[in-house]
Structure formats: structure tokens, C-alpha cells
Design a binder for this molecule. Structure first.
Ligand code: SME
Length: 201
């Protein structure tokens, strides 16, 4: 049987790591009464198509940022490319750590809250715990910070270097259960690639 992940070793490894970490990933599932179309994670692409989408997005971002040293330009272009490449998003962007709080960086979507204390909300929790948070229903995440009332599910991936957390990549969707472990693995691979570029001061 064709295994789409076999063709993309970097994402295969990231996907497997994400699945292994699933025990440590905070996933808020929908109740049994949720409509069936909301119950499954992921958008209307086959797994292999999603893997291919993340692979091409990662390559596009790598090329887009290569050689540019302005962090605002790089983060702005990355947010725009992510927002316009991935379906069913209403917000995509960055928060960067300054002291004990995350400060809003370049993004696409409606205006958002500017400062998030470390440990607060989905973003602050992901940064404090240095791990991705996959939230199927934001209304069930204690302390979720609602910047856009349309947001129903969220994926936050920390931007990690060997020794520190630079900030987070935050994706919001108006559809509950929009994100799954392939999205998580894809975004973690993208985050790992992005921190190799100049992204923050
Ligand atoms: N929902 C996030 C806040 C940021 S916005 O979604 C853009 C949180 O709870 O941290």
C-alpha cells in the first residue's frame, strides 16, 4: 500500500513524533453531541495531500526567507504564506516572547490581543510548556483568550531553539476540530525550519 509519508522523511519523522507525544498533547475533544462533520480532525484533504501541502509550504517558506535578515519582513511573509496556503483559517501569525509575556507579531486575520502573559491562554501555555497545543474546541480550553469570536479550534506551536523559546506560531480556524496530528507535525516541522531564519530580534 502506498504510504505518502514514506516519500517525505522529514514529515514522516515529525508525524511519528507527534503521535508519540499525543499522550502529552492537550487535545480537547468535542462532546458526543457534536455534529459528525465536526468530530474528525483535519480538513477535506486526504492525509497524503495534507502531507504534500505541508512539504510544499515548508519549501516555499524556506525559499521566501532565505537570505533576508529583517525579522519583521520574514515573519510577515511567513504569516501571509501560511494563511493563504492552508484552508479554513481565520487567523495565522506569531507572538514573540519579551520577558515574561508574548507580544503580537506579524499575522493575517482580524486584530488580536497584543500581550499574553506566559502561561496564559493557549499561546502562553504552549510557550511556557514548550510544547504544541492542539485544541479541537476552544470553548473547552480553560483560559482560552478569544481574539476573534469566529475562532472555534486552534493549533499553537512553540518556536524553539536549542536553549530557549522565541515565541509561538498560532493558527485559528472557524471550524471545530479543524486541526489534527498531521497539521501539528507539519507546523512543528515548519516552526523548526523558521527558527533557522531571522524571525525575531
Ligand atoms: N486564542 C489565543 C490568543 C491569540 S488569538 O487566537 C490570535 C490564546 O488563547 O492564547
Amino acid at each position: 500500500m502506498h504510504d505518502p509519508l514514506r516519500a517525505t522523511p522529514w514529515l514522516r519523522a515529525a508525524s511519528e513524533a507527534a503521535v508519540r507525544r499525543a499522550g502529552g498533547t492537550t487535545t480537547f475533544t468535542l462532546g458526543a453531541s457534536a455534529p459528525a462533520e465536526f468530530a474528525a480532525g483535519g480538513f477535506a484533504l486526504e492525509g497524503g495531500e495534507k502531507v504534500a501541502l505541508y512539504q510544499s509550504l515548508s519549501e516555499e517558506l524556506d525559499a521566501l526567507l532565505r537570505g533576508e535578515l529583517d525579522p519583521v519582513a520574514n515573519a510577515a511573509n511567513a504569516a501571509a504564506a501560511i494563511f493563504h496556503s492552508l484552508p479554513e483559517l481565520n487567523w495565522a501569525g506569531f507572538y514573540f516572547l519579551q520577558g515574561q509575556e508574548l507580544v503580537l507579531g506579524p499575522f493575517q486575520g482580524k486584530p488580536a490581543c497584543v500581550r499574553i502573559p506566559l502561561g496564559k491562554g493557549v499561546c502562553g501555555t504552549a510557550a511556557a510548556e514548550r510544547r504544541s497545543l492542539l485544541v479541537a474546541d476552544v470553548h473547552q480550553f480553560p483560559g482560552h483568550i478569544a481574539c476573534d469570536a469566529d475562532s472555534r479550534s486552534e493549533l499553537v506551536v512553540p518556536l524553539l531553539t536549542a536553549s530557549s523559546v522565541l515565541g509561538v506560531l498560532d493558527l485559528d480556524s472557524p471550524r471545530p476540530g479543524r486541526f489534527d496530528v498531521i497539521d501539528q507535525a507539519g507546523c512543528e516541522a515548519i516552526a523548526a525550519m523558521l527558527v533557522q531564519h531571522k524571525l525575531s530580534h
